[in-house]
Design a protein around this ligand. Structure first.
Ligand code: SF4
Length: 339
C-alpha cells in the first residue's frame, strides 16, 4: 500500500511501526501543504500548535480527505486559534487527576483498579485530549518509580486490575511491555490487565504477531480499549488487527468522545457502532468532553448529548449502544447520562 503524499513517509509492507512512530507530521505548514488546505489556516494552526503540538502519523493522515477543512478526522488533529482562548470552566486538570496521582506514574481513582502512566508519548495529538496539560515530566516511570508502583500494588490486595495508560502505552517497546507484565504477574491478587490505546486505530502496524504473543502468553484476562471517534477511522486493517487480538484471547472494546463537528450526528454514531461491530469491536463508552483548557470548541452540551443518544437508542440494538457517560472528579465511578 503506497500513500500519495509527496513528503509524508511512503508506506509499504516492510514499514515498521517504529518507523511510522518516529516519522509523524509535526509541522503545521507541512500538514496544510500535504492536505491542500487553504493557506489562511496556517496562522491559526501555528497558534494552536504552540499550545499543544501537532502530531499525526501517516496512516491516519492518509484517511483525511484532501482540501476538506471540515473533514471529521482533520478536526481532531488540526490545531486552531481557539485553543489559545481561556474559557471559564475549562481547566488544565479537568478530572482532578493530580489528587489521585499517589506515586509517579500511578493514578488510583476507583476501587479495585489502578492506572499506570507508562509514557507521555502518543502517535497522535488529539486536540480534545483531557491530558493535553498533564505533567508527564513529573510522572516518568523509570526503574525506581516502577519498583514503587509494584510495592503499592503488592501492598493493596483490593486491587485486581491494572490499566496501562499514557500518553499511549503502546508507544512503548514490546520488551518493556513484556517485562512490566511479567513483574505484575508475580502479584497474586492481580487478575486483569486493561490497555487503553488509540495506536491500533491511528497506526495499526503496531499490532504485530510479536506483540500479540506477549498478551497471549500472559496469565491475565486482558482487555484492550481502543479509541475511535468516527467511522472513517475504521477500515479493513481494524478488522485484521482485532482478529489477531482475539486469537490472543484479548477482549476488544471501544470508547469514543462526543465531539462537536466530528461525531455529533446520530447517523455518524450509528455507523460508528456498526463498523466497530463489523470489525469485531464492541462499543463501550461514549464520553462527553472533559472540560480541558483549549478544547471548549468541541463541547456538545448535555441536553444535546442526551437527545442524540435517545435517537441512537431507537436505531440500534442494545449491544451496539455505548454507555453515554462523563467522569466527574471525586465520584466513585463514571456518571451515566441516560436512564
Ligand atoms: S492518543 Fe489518547 S492520550 Fe494521546 S493525545 Fe489522543 S486522546 Fe490524548
Amino acid at each position: 500500500m503506497m500513500n500519495s503524499f509527496p513528503k509524508a513517509l511512503q508506506i509499504d509492507n516492510n514499514t515498521s511501526w517504529q518507523q511510522l512512530l518516529s516519522h509523524t507530521i509535526n509541522d503545521p505548514e507541512q500538514l496544510i501543504k500535504l492536505l491542500e488546505l487553504p493557506h489562511d489556516y496556517l496562522q491559526g494552526a501555528q497558534t494552536g500548535d504552540a499550545e499543544f503540538s501537532l502530531k499525526v502519523p501517516t496512516p491516519y493522515l492518509n484517511k483525511i480527505k484532501k482540501g476538506d477543512i471540515n473533514d471529521p478526522l482533520l478536526r481532531q488533529i488540526l490545531p486552531i486559534e481557539a485553543e489559545a482562548q481561556q474559557i471559564p470552566g475549562y481547566v488544565t486538570d479537568p478530572l482532578a487527576e493530580m489528587s489521585a496521582n499517589h506515586h509517579e506514574g500511578l493514578i488510583h481513582k476507583y476501587k479495585g483498579r489502578v492506572l499506570i502512566i507508562l509514557t507521555g508519548a502518543c502517535a497522535i495529538n488529539c486536540r480534545y485530549c483531557f491530558r493535553r496539560h498533564f505533567p508527564y515530566q513529573e510522572n516518568k516511570l523509570g526503574p525506581k518509580q516502577w519498583q514503587q508502583v509494584l510495592k503499592y500494588l503488592n501492598d493493596d490486595e483490593s486491587i485486581s486490575e491494572v490499566i496501562f495508560s499514557g500518553g499511549d502505552p503502546l508507544a512503548t517497546s514490546d520488551n518493556r511491555l513484556a517485562q512490566m507484565i511479567t513483574d505484575l504477574e508475580k502479584i497474586p491478587h492481580l487478575t486483569r490487565l486493561r490497555i487503553h490505546t488509540r495506536l491500533p486505530i491511528v497506526l495499526p502496524q503496531r499490532i504485530t504477531p510479536e506483540f500479540t504473543s506477549i498478551l497471549e502468553n500472559s496469565r491475565f484476562d486482558t482487555v484492550m480499549v481502543l479509541h475511535a471517534n468516527h467511522p472513517n477511522e475504521i477500515d479493513n486493517e481494524t478488522g485484521r488487527i482485532t482478529s489477531q487480538l482475539k486469537s490472543a484471547n484479548v477482549t476488544v472494546l471501544n470508547q469514543s468522545v462526543l465531539l462537536k463537528g466530528v461525531n455529533d450526528c446520530v447517523e455518524t454514531l450509528k455507523t460508528l457502532s456498526e463498523k466497530l461491530f463489523h470489525a469485531g469491536i464492541l462499543p463501550y463508552y461514549l464520553f462527553t468532553l472533559d472540560p480541558v483548557q483549549g478544547a471548549a470548541h468541541f463541547n456538545v452540551d448535555d441536553k444535546q448529548a442526551i437527545q442524540l443518544f435517545g435517537e441512537l437508542q431507537t436505531l440500534l440494538p442494545g449491544y451496539l449502544l455505548p454507555k453515554l457517560a462523563r467522569e466527574i472528579p471525586e465520584r466513585p465511578s463514571k456518571t451515566l447520562l441516560h436512564p
